[in-house]
Write a protein that binds this ligand. Structure first.
Ligand code: ADP
Ligand code: MG
Length: 272
C-alpha cells in the first residue's frame, strides 16, 4: 500500500491580529491527504488561505484546530525532510549562487564538501551550470527561482512545498520550468532520487489552472476565505508529461471545469 505522507484532519486556522482583539479566520476546515510521490496543486481565490495552509504543513505556523502529520509524525516545527520554494526567489544578495544553494547545509553545520556533488548536479539539472560563482543580481528571475529550487532540494527532502513558484515569470519561461520540474521529480538525476528510491511528494500553489492540471496528479479547489475544500480532481495523465498532453480533449475539459469552480469560489461578480 502506498504510504501517506501528508495527513491533515479537520484542520482550521484563525489568526489573532496585533492587538489580539480581532480574529481573522483564514481556514475554516480542511482535510487533505497526500500519498508518497503524489503531486497535488491547490487553487483558490486570492487571500483564501493557501499560503497559510502551506506554512502549517511546513511547521512554520501552528493550526488553531485539528491536526497535521507529515510522514506519520505530528508537525511541530520545521523539518529538513521538507523543502520550501516561495513565490519570490529569496536569495542572499551577498552570497554567490552555489553558496546560496548550500546555505541550509551550512546552517546545520554539515560538511559542505559532501554536498558539492549534489549541488553541481542540481545546477546542471536546472540549466545553471557555469553560474555557480555568479551573484544573484547577475541572474534573471527564472534563473533565481531555479536556484531556489536547487536549495530546496539540497537536503533531498521527501516533501516539497511550492508557493506560486513560477508566478512572477513570463509565460514561456514558466512553461519551460514546468517541464523541468516534472523531469527533476521523475528522478532523471540519480542523486536527486532519494537513496531509498522514494518519489518526492509535492504540494504546489498556483493561480494558473493550466499549470495545475499540467503538473498534478490531483487538483484541489479551495473556497474563498475562510477556506474549505470545494472539489478535488484526479488528473488522469501519466507523469512525467510534455506539451503533447495539452492536445488531449480531457485536458481542456479539466481546465474548463476548474475555471468554472474558481469563478463560483470567487463570486461571479469578479467576472461581471
Ligand atoms: P492566499 O495565500 O490564499 O492568498 P493567505 O494564506 O496569505 O492567502 O491569507 C489568508 C488570510 O489570512 C488573508 O485574509 C490574510 O489577510 C490573513 N493573514 C495571513 N497571514 C496573516 C497574519 N500573519 N496575521 C493575520 N492575518 C493573516
Ligand atoms: Mg499566498
Amino acid at each position: 500500500m502506498e504510504k501517506t505522507v501528508i495527513d491533515i484532519n479537520k484542520m482550521g486556522m484563525t489568526y489573532s491580529t496585533g492587538s489580539g482583539e480581532e480574529k481573522i479566520q483564514a481556514i475554516k476546515e480542511i482535510s487533505l491527504h497526500a500519498k508518497e510521490g503524489e503531486f497535488i496543486s491547490l487553487v483558490g481565490p486570492s487571500g483564501c488561505g493557501k499560503t497559510t495552509l502551506l506554512r502549517i504543513i511546513s511547521g512554520l505556523l501552528s493550526p488553531t484546530v485539528g491536526s497535521v502529520s507529515v510522514n506519520g509524525k505530528k508537525v511541530d516545527g520545521p523539518s529538513k525532510d521538507i523543502g520550501i520554494v516561495f513565490q519570490n526567489p529569496v536569495l542572499l544578495e551577498w552570497r554567490n549562487i552555489l553558496d546560496n544553494i548550500l546555505l541550509p547545509i551550512e546552517i546545520r553545520n554539515y560538511d559542505k564538501k559532501q554536498y558539492l556533488g549534489l549541488a553541481k548536479e542540481l545546477l546542471k539539472l536546472t540549466g545553471l551550470s557555469g553560474f555557480e560563482k555568479r551573484m544573484p543580481y547577475e541572474l534573471s528571475g527564472g534563473m533565481k527561482q531555479r536556484a531556489c529550487i536547487c536549495r530546496a532540494l539540497i537536503e533531498n527532502p521527501s516533501l516539497l512545498l511550492m508557493d506560486e513558484p513560477f508566478g512572477a515569470l513570463d509565460a514561456f519561461t514558466r512553461d519551460q520550468m514546468n517541464i523541468e520540474l516534472l523531469k527533476i521529480l521523475a528522478g532523471e538525476s540519480k542523486s536527486v532520487m532519494r537513496e531509498d528510491k522514494k518519489k518526492k511528494t509535492v504540494i504546489f500553489i498556483t493561480h494558473s489552472i493550466t499549470e495545475a492540471v499540467f503538473l498534478s496528479d490531483k487538483v484541489v479547489v479551495l473556497s474563498g476565505r475562510p477556506s474549505m475544500v470545494l472539489k478535488s480532481y484526479d488528473i488522469p495523465f501519466d507523469r512525467p508529461r510534455n506539451e503533447e498532453v495539452l492536445r488531449e480533449s480531457e485536458f481542456g475539459n479539466l481546465v474548463y471545469q476548474i475555471t468554472e469552480d474558481i469563478k463560483i469560489a470567487c463570486g461571479e461578480s469578479l467576472y461581471a
